[in-house]
Design a protein around this ligand. Sequence first.
Ligand code: ATP
Ligand code: MG
Length: 447
Amino acid sequence: MAMQIKRPKGTQDAVPAEISKWKTVEGIVSETAEQFGFREIRTPVFEDTGLYVRSVGDTSDVVTKEMYTVSSKGSDTFTLRPEGTAGVVRAMLENGIMNEGFPQKVYYIIQAFRHEKPQAGRLREFHQFGVEMFGTSSPYADAEIILLAASILDSCGLDKIELHLNSIGCPECRAKYREALKDYFKPHEAELCETCRERLSKNPMRLLDCKSPICKEIAAGAPIILDYLCDDCREHFESLKNILADYGIKFTVDPKIVRGLDYYTRTVFEFISNDIGAQGTVCGGGRYDGLVSELGGQAVAALGFGMGLERLIMTMENSGCEFEAAKTTDLYLASMGDKARHKTALLADAIRRAGYSAEFDLVGRGLKPQMRYADKIGAKFVCVIGDNELETGEAKLKNMRTGEEKQIILEDFMSVFGTELINEVFENGLGDEIAGAISGELGEKEE
Ligand code: ATP
Ligand code: MG
């Protein structure tokens, strides 16, 4: 036998048995986003490398260490998207959506790629739900996306996730703060990790985001940005805090939240879970008023967040949250013999047309393995058809949940199935009208 190839390090498979977890969170995030008036956008998985260098920033970890960059034939290089915002801004500009009136509100569910050291909650391919809003500087907009994230976490059944909030000001207040940080860290330069020594001159705020314990310890005494905010930035932050308080959203002002990406201005926030270990940031976001013009558009205020879906699911699992039940087949049609099997194939077709799920034996097995299969797929309902049933024109329909059986006339199968038993078993009332339509269709087919 040939050797099996394994999946790449830092990637995961979502197998059928686990898929309902994904459907649950995907359903919650998209429905909640739509309630807030966000519309879905889909952009390519790979983009021009320059897009990320310009938007994410050429001193960021994402750009310096984590990008998956591929070159195709010719000289262009492309990068698998490490995050969602840059591609969305590019698409909004390229498709002229920024001219269609403000605010523009979009959401997406994407996979993202970063070459990081794989560990629990940190993958090389991961999934993100994200939203972006364009064209408003109002603190109500900042509050709106935070409220959206909080509503999602609430709908997931998570109530112990903490919101950490900060303002990192505008380029003007940040310039002064940067100098203060440099002055603070300079005497500690030799103790800092290698990356942070580099950050010190280029982007000292990144030092506050470092995960190395020594850097963290040194950073604990660093000056905080909130002491350097200009009047406008301070007022914006105060308003946001008041609005959140009125919504009843609890938060901690956390000057250590600076976000890793260059384009953030003013509001930054993270939702942090203490349930999933070191990689506890389930959602991170903020305002990035400088990004759209950086990418060649007019100056347009913008904000958004990204929510890691693997981390969201992990937190839900650890908190005992409920996921949607996996969908199971409504009816399994077992058969004995070729003629009966052909009949089950036609019946399955009619039942699916009525909007229910049905399966019949595709392998050509005996009754016992068929029944085992029906059990395994969790069929709600089983009907066995053999020579005898074909001859008498009657068969038994079994409710797998209660064990109850009913004798039905095959000629009338669909109408009986439709009116009486479906209503009883599926508890969702299939009307006579549909049942009639189905038996008509089946009749036509058998001619
Ligand atoms: P972290 O500080 O954990 O590295 P980040 O600041 O790099 O996160 P963002 O770029 O803001 O993360 O991405 C938004 C969200 O995506 C994060 O809050 C997290 O939930 C998730 N995320 C980021 N990187 C990964 C990864 N490598 N694997 C799984 N989820 C991730
Ligand atoms: Mg990161």
